[in-house]
Design a protein. Structure first.
Length: 116
C-alpha cells in the first residue's frame, strides 16, 4: 500500500487547488475523497483544481475518488479540473473511458499518437 500527501490551498482567483503527491490506492483514497468532498461542501468554490503532477500510481479506487469529487462538484455547481495528470494517471483515465469526462485530451500533452 502506498502513501499520498494532499494539500489544499486557495488561489488569488478563489479557486481551490488540491495538490496530490504519491500513490492513490486503497490506503490513501479515503483521505483524497474527504479532501475533495469536504472542501466542496464547506467552501463551495467556483472552481476546484486537482493537481496530479506528482501522482505516481493510481488504481481503480483512485479513479473512483476522482469521479466522486467530479460528481460532488457538479452537485454544488463547482467547475472540477484535473491539472497535469502524470502519464500513468492519464493512461488510467483513458483506459477507463473517463478522460473525456474530465476534459482531458485523448493523449497526454507533448505526445504524438501514431495511427497506421
Amino acid at each position: 500500500m502506498g502513501e499520498a500527501v494532499m494539500t489544499t490551498r486557495r488561489q488569488a482567483d478563489g479557486a481551490i487547488v488540491v495538490d496530490v503527491r504519491g500513490t492513490l490506492d486503497a490506503a490513501t483514497v479515503d483521505a483524497l475523497r474527504e479532501a475533495l468532498v469536504g472542501t466542496l461542501h464547506s467552501d463551495r468554490p467556483a472552481s476546484m483544481i486537482v493537481d496530479l503532477t506528482y501522482v505516481t500510481f493510481m488504481d481503480s479506487q483512485g479513479v473512483g475518488a476522482l469521479v466522486t469529487g467530479y460528481n460532488t462538484a457538479r452537485e454544488t455547481g463547482t467547475r472540477f479540473v484535473l491539472r497535469n495528470p502524470s502519464e500513468f494517471v492519464h493512461r488510467q483515465l483513458r483506459v477507463t473511458g473517463l478522460a473525456e469526462m474530465f476534459g482531458l485530451p485523448a493523449a497526454p500533452a507533448g505526445r504524438q499518437t501514431y495511427t497506421p
